[in-house]
Design a protein around this ligand. Structure first.
Ligand code: GDP
Ligand code: IMO
Ligand code: MG
Length: 436
């Protein structure tokens, strides 16, 4: 029974949510294993749009188990809000459909403040975070002073843990607020403890030992779909550091975050747009600041699903895809938003870089070098027409097929899925990863 990881092959927002929703039909369990509500995963089914930040993208399918595993950092009020809005729409009828790991770390208001004020204090060299407290929550986890979901369920323990952590958090806030020349936020322990204890009670019916539950499901033959957040180049170890998020986004972290051995992973599917986007700061070799970039942003509705920020847009970068193939062990690629490229006379595909007069075919490890490279492009003929009604590969215009084939050749991985629209149905699944 294959277990499949869906991972972003670029800088996030590749369409992971759509692909996970599509593949859930073939799995029994869907697992979010890292990140938090910095993610915004969009699903469109029958024209109805759902944006999920924490709940796995399998949740629209009744009868499937969705797990938020230990590697995720959870803002409990965002999670409760997401639960309530799904329930109000008639989803999540059975509490057992959503499992939350007792070991997942919790985002507190001081994390959000530290994130926001830290960015302000950085001034012109800000990272462009989502401001959701993700980095500071992971900092607390690694510094071994984090507070976890299990702590929310015991009011006394929660009070103790908050009172231990709050003074140093307030000290840091004071320092950052002074550097950012903004008023110091106030946080009173008692109302905070009461609020988070109440949120813990709301989440209680879902809390379990996620690792144990997953191992039990696997032993009974269930197929697991692991849902990555962010993307390969935002990985804290393997991305464009320091312009990254604070967790490991690569596929291998699915095992760590879920509490399973690496042998639980059979296949890795990388998701890539047919072009490239990025939100936040940092180098982006194929970025287009001209009218073509503007056109991609408008036609592709490239505005962040979490923060609403306009996404930076550019041509597809095969150097990045080759890198993503290597560090994730990609089995196949889902190429999304091919429809957005329709109407362009020609399309550029970056196949290598030029760095200080030398041609390089691998991603430079140094982010400053990446900021200096010049993309080497291959120009391919474009196509016209609306692709959103196309359901088979052979129906695609000849030049669109040629583009897809060239992407495969330049990145060395097969394109196993082509997405031609935001809706679940607007997809050409060439190879089902769950089929052995
Ligand atoms: P994720 O974070 O990787 O799940 O991606 P997001 O949901 O943040 O961003 C992808 C956006 O593209 C969403 O608005 C999707 O509805 C949309 N989308 C996904 N696939 C396609 C596609 O093939 N064509 C078009 N036009 N939109 C798509
Ligand atoms: P999904 O799962 C795109 C980016 C932020 C910023 C950097 C650090 O929807 O693909 P953080 O708040 O994580 O500390 O911000 O990472 N970022 C994302 N960009 N998609 C995401 O998630 C992202 N999550 C974080 O813009 O550059
Ligand atoms: Mg997104």
């Amino acid at each position: 029974m294959p277990n499949v990881v869906v991972v972003g092959a670029q800088w996030g927002d590749e369409g992971k949510g759509k692909v996970v929703d599509l593949l859930t039909e073939h799995a029994q369990v869907v697992v979010r294993y890292h990140g938090g509500n910095n993610a915004g995963h969009t699903l469109v089914v029958g024209g109805q749009k759902t944006v999920l930040h924490l709940i796995p993208s399998g949740i629209l399918h009744a009868g499937k188990t969705c797990v938020i595993a230990s590697g995720v950092v959870i803002d409990p009020s965002v999670l409760v809000g997401e639960l309530d809005s799904l329930k109000a729409r008639g989803f999540l009828k059975d509490d057992g459909q959503l499992v939350i790991s007792a070991g997942a770390h919790v985002i507190f208001p001081w994390h959000k403040w530290i994130d926001e004020l830290g960015e302000k204090a950085r001034g012109g060299s800000k990272l462009g975070t989502t401001g959701r407290g993700i980095g500071p929550a992971y900092e607390d986890k690694v510094a071994r002073r984090g507070i976890r979901v299990r702590d929310l369920l015991d009011a006394d323990r929660l009070a103790r843990r908050v009172k231990e952590r709050l003074p140093s958090a307030l000290e840091e806030l004071r320092r950052l607020a002074t550097a950012a020349e903004t008023p110091v936020p106030t946080l009173e322990p008692e109302p905070l403890i009461a609020e988070f204890a109440a949120l813990g009670q709301r989440l209680r019916p879902h809390v379990a030992d996620a690792s144990l539950l997953l191992a039990g499901k696997i032993s009974k033959g269930a197929r697991i779909l692991f849902e990555g957040a962010q993307g390969t180049l935002l990985d804290v170890d393997h991305g464009t550091y320091p312009f990254v998020t604070s967790s490991n986004c690569v596929a291998a972290n699915a095992a760590v975050g879920a509490g399973l051995g690496p042998t639980a992973i059979d296949k890795v599917m990388g998701i890539s747009k047919a072009y490239t986007t990025r939100v936040g700061s940092g180098p982006f070799p194929t970025e287009l600041t001209d009218e073509v970039g503007e056109r991609l942003r408008a036609k592709g509705a490239e505005f962040g699903a979490t923060t609403g920020r306009p996404r930076r847009c550019g041509w597809l970068d095969a150097v990045i895809l080759r890198y993503a193939a290597r560090v994730n062990g990609l089995w196949g690629i889902a190429l999304t938003k091919l429809d957005v490229l329709s109407g362009l006379k020609s399309i550029n595909l970056c196949t290598a870089y030029e760095l200080d007069g030398q041609r390089v075919s691998e991603l430079p490890g140094d982010v400053e070098d990446l900021g200096r490279v010049r993309p080497v492009y291959e120009s391919l003929p474009g196509w016209d027409g609306d692709l959103t009604l196309v359901r088979t590969f052979d129906e695609l215009p000849e030049t669109a097929r040629r583009y897809v084939r060239r992407v495969e050749e330049t990145c060395g991985v097969r394109v196993v899925c082509v997405s031609v629209g935001a809706d679940r149905g607007e997809t050409i699944l060439l190879e089902n990863p769950f089929r052995t």
